[in-house]
Design a protein around this ligand. Structure first.
Ligand code: DX5
Ligand code: ZN
Length: 217
């Protein structure tokens, strides 16, 4: 039997008019992290929210905040998001000119650091990066919106990344984000995924807490 994945529900699909209620629901659930999607309208074609909202999320959350920065040059904002309450920060390979410096800045801020690959970016780009990562996030949709269809090529990328990590950093976690449902969760874990992000699958479900259990198993 493969080990159980960590589940990181994406608050992008939560009800922002009732954010506290939705966070309390996740506090009571079997999820492991809260996934927080920050979008700048430049790196991705959508704007979500910034540090002030993250601060409010932190006030109510009883689980680590997994902050996914979909912003250009995220290195400018590492300490701001640390101060807002991030426990983990992931930054896009495609948004960083000095990725190595940015990942070290996240670690120097006392946080877990991860790099994210868009669907078009091959795993081989991470040959010289995974040594300093606590996690790698593979996008299984083009970032910017919740509720998109899962890209099947992700299974193969998870396997390739697992092989790279076995060689270079076996403790590094693999996270998958976008279009994750109870239909593909098992196959992702079999391929080597450790953390599953799920937005609409959780929040559009009639029983989100039960769906989190189902995603785990
Ligand atoms: C997409 C975000 C995802 C999104 C996932 O750009 O990074 O975290 O919220 O939503 P679902 O699970 O609905 O695809
Ligand atoms: Zn995300």
């Amino acid at each position: 039997m493969s080990k159980l994945p960590l589940i990181s529900p994406s608050l992008l699909s939560a009800d922002f008019g009732n954010l506290q209620r939705d966070i309390e629901m996740l506090n009571q659930s079997q999820c492991d992290w809260l996934h927080v999607d920050v979008m700048d309208g430049i790196f991705v074609p959508n704007i979500s929210f910034g540090q002030p909202i993250v601060k409010h999320i932190k006030k109510h959350a009883r689980k680590p905040l997994d902050v996914h920065l979909m912003i250009m040059d995220p290195g400018r904002y590492i300490n701001d998001f640390r101060d807002a309450g991030a426990d983990i920060i992931t930054v896009h390979y495609e948004a960083c000119t000095h990725l190595d410096r940015t990942l070290h800045a996240i670690k120097d801020a006392g946080l877990k650091a991860g790099v994210v690959l868009n669907p078009h970016s091959p795993v081989s780009l991470l040959e010289d990066t995974v040594q300093i990562c606590d996690l790698v996030l593979l996008m299984s949709v083009n970032p910017g919106f919740g509720g998109q269809k899962f890209i099947d090529n992700t299974f193969e990328k998870v396997r390739q990344l697992r092989a790279l990590l076995d060689r270079k950093n076996p403790h590094c976690l693999i996270e998958v984000d976008g279009g994750v449902t109870t239909d593909n969760a098992h196959q992702l874990v079999e391929a080597g995924a450790d953390v599953l992000v799920a937005g609409s699958a959780v929040f559009k479900s009639p029983d989100p807490q039960q769906t989190i259990i189902a995603l785990k198993q």
